[in-house]
Design a protein around this ligand. Structure first.
Ligand SMILES: [Zn+2]
Ligand SMILES: [Zn+2]
Length: 358
C-alpha cells in the first residue's frame, strides 16, 4: 500500500477552534518510529479540556493534532525497527519517556523529569506532540503494542483506559486473593477497573456512582454491590458490608474530593487507597486517620510501568468485553458532533470513538 503525502486531520487552531484539514502532511517515521494508519481514536476526558484551553508544551496552534487513545495498522517502519512489521495491528500508549532521566531509568516514564522536552526524546502523544485524530500518526516503538487478533480497533482504544485503571490498582498494592475493593466512580476507568479486579482475584467489588445505567453496566463487568451515592451513604454502607472493618482497598476514579475523604472513612486499618481521578479542588482528607490507621494512599499517573502490555496479556487469557463501554462511534468528518456528545454525555455516552478512516 502506498502511503499518501497528505491526509485528513482534525487540527486545533485555537481554543474551541478545531478544523478538519484535508492536506495535512503525512508524518514520516524516524529510525525508531512506526507510521500507523489510525483506524480508531477514542475521546478521553482530558480531550475536551485540550480543546477548550490547549495543553502546556503543545505544538503550535494551526499544527496541533490531539487525540491519544488510538489504534490502527502499521504501514511503514523506521530503518532500525525490527520489533514491528507493516501490517501489524497495534495500539499506542500516550506516554514515551525521555529514557535517560532518573524516573525513566527507574521505569516511571509517565512522570518523566523531562516532560514536554522533545529534544530530550520525551513524547506525550496527543498532548506535547501530535496524536491520533488524523488518518496517520507516527509513534516511537516504545509506545506501541500489538493487539489480540480478535480485538476490534474500536475496542483496542480502551486498552489505555484499562491500563490506567490497572496502574491505579498496582500502585494501591495490587490485589490479594479474596479482598474487598471499593471502586468510586463508574466512568471508563472505574468500569474497566471493576473488570480487572474481577480477573485479578478480588473477592467482592463494591462500585459507587450517581448514574444507575452506568452502575448496572458495572454489574455486567463484574461488580458485586452497587451503591448510588445519591440514595445511600457510601461510608456507612461499605462499613456495614465489611462488618465495620472497612474495605481492604479503595480505587478513587470519580475525581470528587468528597469521594477522597470518603475513601479514608471506609478503608480498613492498614488499607490502601489508589487515586486515579482528576481533582480540581483541594480536599479535606482526615490526614491524621491516614497516619493512625497506617493507610497507604497513592497517586497514580496514567498507564505507567507498561500497564498496557499487562492488560493486553491479561485480556488474551481472560477477555473483557470493552465494546460494552463504547456507546457512540463517529467518522472523523463528524468529530465536532462527537465532541458535543462526549461533553454533554448525550444518550448516556460513556466512550465516544472516532473512526479515522471514515
Ligand atoms: Zn486519556
Ligand atoms: Zn525521562
Amino acid at each position: 500500500m502506498k502511503v499518501p503525502d497528505t491526509m485528513r486531520a482534525a487540527v486545533l487552531y485555537g481554543p474551541e477552534d478545531l478544523r478538519l484539514v484535508d492536506d495535512y502532511p503525512v508524518p514520516r517515521p524516524g529510525p525508531d518510529e512506526v507510521l500507523i494508519r489510525v483506524e480508531a481514536c477514542a475521546i478521553c476526558g482530558t480531550d475536551p479540556k485540550i480543546l477548550a484551553h490547549g495543553w502546556p508544551n503543545q505544538p503550535p496552534y494551526g499544527q496541533f493534532i490531539f487525540g491519544h487513545e488510538y489504534a490502527g495498522e502499521i504501514v511503514a517502519v523506521g530503518e532500525q525497527v525490527d520489533e514491528f512489521m507493516i501490517g501489524d495491528r497495534v495500539v499506542v500508549e500516550p506516554h514515551k519517556g525521555c529514557g535517560v532521566c532518573d524516573n525513566c531509568r527507574d521505569g516511571y516514564y509517565t512522570t518523566c523529569l523531562n516532560y514536554g522536552d522533545n529534544r530530550k526524546g520525551h513524547r506525550h502523544y496527543g498532548f506535547t506532540v501530535n496524536g491520533g485524530y488524523a488518518e496517520y500518526a507516527c509513534n516511537h516503538i516504545s509506545s506501541v503494542y500489538k493487539i489480540p487478533e480478535n480485538m476490534s480497533y474500536e475496542e483496542a482504544t480502551l486498552l489505555t483506559t484499562a491500563a490506567t485503571a490497572l496502574y491505579g490498582i498496582r500502585r494501591a498494592g495490587g490485589v490479594n486473593a479474596g479482598e474487598t475493593w471499593a471502586v468510586f466512580g463508574p466512568g471508563p476507568i472505574g468500569l474497566t477497573a471493576v473488570a480487572l479486579l474481577r480477573r485479578l482475584g478480588a473477592g467482592r467489588i463494591i462500585l459507587t456512582g450517581t448514574r444507575d445505567e452506568r452502575l448496572s453496566l458495572g454489574k455486567k463487568l463484574g461488580a458485586d454491590v452497587l451503591l448510588n451515592v445519591r440514595a445511600e451513604n457510601v461510608v456507612e454502607r461499605v462499613l456495614e458490608l465489611t462488618d465495620g472493618v472497612g474495605a481492604d482497598a479503595v480505587l478513587e476514579c470519580s475525581g470528587s474530593t468528597k469521594a477522597v475523604e470518603d475513601a479514608v472513612e471506609c478503608c480498613k486499618k492498614n488499607g490502601r487507597i489508589g487515586l486515579v481521578g482528576i481533582y480540581e479542588q483541594p480536599s479535606q482528607v482526615n490526614v491524621n486517620k491516614v497516619v493512625q490507621w497506617n493507610i497507604s494512599m497513592c497517586g497514580s499517573k496514567a498507564e505507567g510501568e507498561r500497564s498496557v502490555a499487562q492488560v493486553i496479556n491479561l485480556v488474551k487469557a481472560n477477555p473483557i468485553d470493552f465494546s460494552l463501554l463504547i456507546t457512540h462511534t463517529f467518522p472523523l468528518k463528524d468529530i465536532h458532533k462527537a465532541f458535543e456528545v462526549a461533553r454533554t454525555r448525550a444518550g448516556g455516552a460513556i466512550k465516544v470513538v472516532i473512526q479515522c478512516q471514515l
